[in-house]
Design a protein around this ligand. Structure first.
Ligand code: HEC
Length: 127
């Protein structure tokens, strides 16, 4: 005889654990999706920027040109249209220290920021 299904399934704490597990799993899934067509000739700096963006930003932002990854934050290709190199650099410093709105601070060194900017610059050339 099988044991009766446990009632603990419906307890709020297990529900929370389930929801947590699910959101972690879906974040991980998003982060590991390929977000841009690879093998385009990027500079080494832009390559590092792409890798960094995939690892640190793609859980919340669409970092490439596809339509399938996370869209909690604005798409990077839209940011590329709104900011120039200097204003992007300033914005990265701000979000690194304070975050912005719903975005928590994500630490960026100045070389991370340079790499990201080089990558952002590749985003409006490939339409
Ligand atoms: C935990 C989710 C999360 C992560 C991780 C994240 N962001 Fe964000 N980001 C957001 C959200 C949400 C917003 C929109 C904030 C708002 O306006 O309320 C945002 C906004 C921004 C903005 C400002 C956009 C504007 O309109 O000025 C920039 C720039 C940005 N993110 C860059 C990055 C970079 C670069 C990374 C990776 C190093 C990153 N974000 C990682 C969630 C995230």
């Amino acid at each position: 005889m099988l044991p009766a299904p446990s009632r603990s399934y419906l307890e709020p704490s297990s529900m929370r654990r389930l929801i947590m597990a699910f959101s972690v799993a879906s974040l991980t899934a998003c982060a590991s999706l390929p977000t841009t067509p690879q093998k385009l000739a990027f500079s080494p700096t832009a390559d590092r920027g792409l890798t960094f963006a995939q690892q640190r930003c793609s859980g919340c932002h669409m970092v490439g040109l596809d339509e399938t990854s996370a869209t909690e934050g604005p798409r990077f290709r839209d940011l590329q249209m709104r900011y120039n190199r200097l204003s992007l650099e300033n914005r990265f410093q701000e979000i690194s220290r304070h975050g912005t709105g719903e975005m928590p601070p994500v630490a960026l060194s100045s070389s991370d920021a340079d790499d990201l900017i080089a990558y952002f610059e590749t985003l409006d050339r490939r339409f």
